[in-house]
Design a protein around this ligand. Sequence first.
Ligand code: SF4
Length: 504
Amino acid sequence: MIEVKCTGHAFEREISHILALFYQDPDIAFVAEWQQPEALQIELALMPVAGGVRTHGVLRHGRYRDEESCERLYKEGGEKGERRTAKQAINATLLNLMERYTGLEQGWGILTGIRPTKLLHQLLRSGRGREEAHRYLRSDCLVRPEKLALLQEIADRQLAVIPDLYQIERELSVYIGIPFCPTKCAYCTFPAYAIEGQKGRVRGFLEGLHYEIRAIGGWMKQSGMPITSIYFGGGTPTSITAEELDELFAVLHESFPGLDRVREWTVEAGRPDTITPQKLEVLKKWRVDRISINPQSFSDATLAAIGRHHSVAETIETFQLARQMGIDNINMDLIIGLPNEGLAEVQHSFAQVERLLPDSLTVHTLSFKRASEMTQHKERYQVASRAEIARMMAYATEWTRAHGYRPYYLYRQKNILGNLENVGYALPGKESIYNVMIMEEAQTILGLGCGAVSKLLAPASGQLIRWPNPKDPKTYNETYRQLVAKKLQALKEIYFGGGATAHA
Ligand code: SF4
């Protein structure tokens, strides 16, 4: 139980986020007077002083009593700037107190709910020099030097791969969501429905998707915007048949202009149990540049425990098949912190990866997403301690560097084990352009199909407007005509009408 007393501010939401870095699902009460003597009691006061704010924090628990005070100056920029600085000051004070009390160091400082690389790009784009941007991240956001070095390395890599990254809003990317998988993995909250016994629904969904592609293709021709990258995700797009996949590519090519100039085509073939020589032929026929075959772990026991229903041998066989068929850019995803896995299991997985050497490797840290089966039945899944997770992640970092992989994108999620991050590594020249686009939110992503979220970057205001399609195939199949009409109207207003409409 944690009691928090706020004086001179009401940053309750932000305080809850900082406390969640230290405890899983903390029980927090915001109080005017202390209620529970045995609770961890934290008092955070904010006081205006000439040209700035002063914060004062006190933490008490049993005999433990610590005090932290810090002073931060308002920055220019009016009400929003002042509020942001006040919020940062409170967060930083709380973080300092909690780090001292728990002994846990937070590498990302007070950055929560924010894309760290996007923030760095924004600082650099705004004309602040690298030194000033780093000072801000280090001193105001309390980001630790090793994380800062990682951020800068990633930002540099992204600019090397996409030299026009800061002008890329003139183009857009396309995401196509296919919401089916052979089975649902226990940690998954993606729109992914077990395909078995759903033939009718798959057919209906594909009709809707073809309709949406044709309609949006008409708008694309009108807008004249070039397409940077196209990404098929979901679900597992290779869950549908080779014929259905082939037809989908044919519809795309009939409907979208300028596809010969697309910089990158990716298809998630994540589940090895969906890959066949016929499907790989289709991907080659339509010149797909990059696919993913995702082991997640090289332990059959772990795969069974997380409901993936494929074997390690299948992963290796499909990877070798794709290579033999000439696919020269294959990504693999691994997850650190899967149930019953520790450093030994992770070392075993990397030893297997070493035999295959994919072109890129995305290392995720397990996150407990609210709606996943794993979170709903947490007691069934034993995961490693925070210290073990940190050791596994350190091993992954060392291994990737030693094998020539370089980090090129990064993202963090809520409830991620050890408050770590997910990092995409690639051999030089094999980075995914789409992954950079989606992480940095540098341009519009048009999402088509089930569970696809369009992120429309309004050219006039720079505002990012989220436009989600329905997650489940039943709703999508029943409503796609209306949803496409509304989306076209929004696109018209944002791009041709100079306005921005929030999604209703
Ligand atoms: S394969 Fe991917 S999308 Fe499908 S259920 Fe597993 S995690 Fe979710």
